[in-house]
Design a binder for this molecule. Structure first.
Ligand code: LFR
Length: 468
């Protein structure tokens, strides 16, 4: 049978890639066309994304894909944006969500949760806008989230794809549109927020100067939303952990949970495809390890994990979500400071730090999973661990142990697969989420981890960092 080729541009906080996905009856195959690092740049006014580099790499990657592509789709991390002036020119470089300028303005507002259902994190778009230099905000006519900004440069068309718009803290989770009265109340211009786009809708054709005669299709442009599309679930009672720089831990629901309990547990209601809600919590994720490795100049993750696997268990434990770990900088020293604050020994050498991070992430996964199940009333039978962390055996096994649940690991490139699948569906491919997920389950290598060991030890470990 015939298969069709799609290009998925997937930009993560640490690296970007352009993948070619081939989809046909019983066929889903991903090959890498181009991969590149995503390195933020510190300038006098703060930490920024090198957005022109990302755009250039995206174009180079697409040129590398060759002919015969049916379409292209772009996804990236959420919450960050560019501002355009009245001519459509970009007003300065987009800030990086880890820039600490939002600290002063990121004050939780309990009333807002009932409308937006957004977790309180200083990275949210709403706080970034409140911290904008007033002159830039005054000149701004349009706000475009990162995938929409790149899509504008490629096609000249502006819009706001729904799944990503839902992460801003300025979106009405129940109504599924921009939260107009909140936007008014904050004194933000309503015209900043473009018309919403549906995943699967056509954005436009790439402009002639790109040399690429291709349609751009809106996918689930929030990377986590694309990843959740590609969860190879075969039973309804599943939870997911989408791992990368962050671990996004939650369940898929038909409607948002906006209760005060949910707010206090800091759960977010982000939009998925087909009127689903991604009910989840951000756990700090492999950022903790990545930032240690940057300081150590040690790119060999495999060697670090192998050493950590034989390090002593439950030596030092941290709450991965402690706000002191959010900003870039010396991570081992911040782990030491946390341990000193909580009367624990500091980790023993690099294997000790890596063991501490893996066990602490497993505890973070466990706490978020239990809270998701409790707050949503959903029973969880199986955990799908997707994204880059699925190649990390230690993290997968410790997560199974800590949660006391089977973990199915994979696919590693869930986000790119989800991106491709939404394009394929728009082109007459798999019709709905069960069909897309069935295709992933039938074609992608998955690994199974059963919980082992002593669940009492994990209860004690969780209590040590004050989590469930
Ligand atoms: C994961 C992710 C998370 C979002 C964080 C910041 O890559 O998109 O879902 O909370 O990055 O944008």
């Amino acid at each position: 049978s015939v298969s069709r080729r799609y290009a998925a541009v997937d930009l993560g906080a640490a690296s970007g890639r352009v993948m070619i996905g081939e989809v046909g009856a019983g066929r889903l195959e991903l090959t890498e066309a181009h991969r590149f690092p995503n390195e933020p740049v510190r300038l006098p006014d703060g930490l920024h994304w090198d957005i022109l580099r990302l755009y250039r790499e995206l174009l180079a990657g697409l040129r590398h894909c060759g002919d015969g592509l049916a379409s292209v789709g772009i996804d990236s991390w959420a919450v960050d944006y560019g501002l355009l002036d009245e001519r459509g020119a970009l007003l300065g470089l987009p800030y990086h969500y880890r820039d600490p300028r939002t600290e002063a303005v990121a004050v939780p507002d309990p009333e807002r949760y009932a409308v937006t259902g957004t977790q309180h994190l200083p990275i949210n778009t709403i706080y970034q806008l409140l911290a904008e230099p007033p002159s830039r905000l005054a000149a701004a006519r349009r706000l475009l989230l990162v995938p929409d900004l790149l899509g504008y440069w490629l096609t000249g068309q502006t819009g706001a794809e729904r799944t990503n718009a839902s992460t801003t803290g300025l979106f009405d989770a129940r109504a599924g549109r921009w939260a107009g009265s909140l936007i008014d109340r904050l004194g933000l211009r309503p015209e900043l927020f473009p018309e919403l786009r549906e995943p699967g809708s056509a954005i436009g054709t790439l402009l002639p100067h790109t040399g690429l005669d291709l349609p751009l299709v809106a996918v689930a442009s929030h990377d986590t939303a694309s990843a959740v599309v590609a969860v190879p679930a075969s039973v309804p009672n599943f939870a997911y952990i989408s791992t990368g720089t962050w671990s996004l831990v939650g369940v898929e629901l038909p409607a948002p949970v906006l209760s005060p309990d949910s707010r206090d547990a800091n759960f977010t209601n982000e939009l998925g495809v087909d009127n689903t809600i991604r009910y989840l919590r951000n756990v700090m994720g492999l950022w903790l390890l990545q930032e240690c490795q940057r300081g150590w100049h040690e790119p060999d993750t495999g060697a670090l994990l192998a050493a950590a696997a034989s390090a002593a268990p439950f030596g030092s434990l941290i709450d991965p979500d402690d706000p002191s770990f959010l900003a870039p900088g010396d991570m081992p020293s911040r782990i030491d400071a946390y341990c000193a604050r909580t009367d624990q020994p500091t980790p023993a050498g690099r294997p000790g730090y890596v063991r501490c991070i893996m066990e602490s992430l497993a505890l973070g996964h466990r706490a978020a999973l239990r809270a998701a199940a409790r707050l949503s009333g959903r029973t969880v039978e199986v955990v799908h661990l997707i994204g880059g962390g699925a190649r990390n055996d230690l993290l997968c096994q410790l997560t199974a142990d800590a949660c006391g649940l089977p973990v199915v690991a994979g696919p590693i490139e869930a986000t790119a697969l989800g991106n491709v699948l939404i394009q394929a569906r728009a082109d007459g491919g798999p019709a709905d989420l069960p069909a897309m997920r069935g295709l992933v389950a039938a074609t992608q290598p998955l690994r199974h981890f059963e919980p082992r060991g002593d669940s009492g030890a994990w209860d004690k470990a969780a209590a040590r960092i004050g989590r469930e």
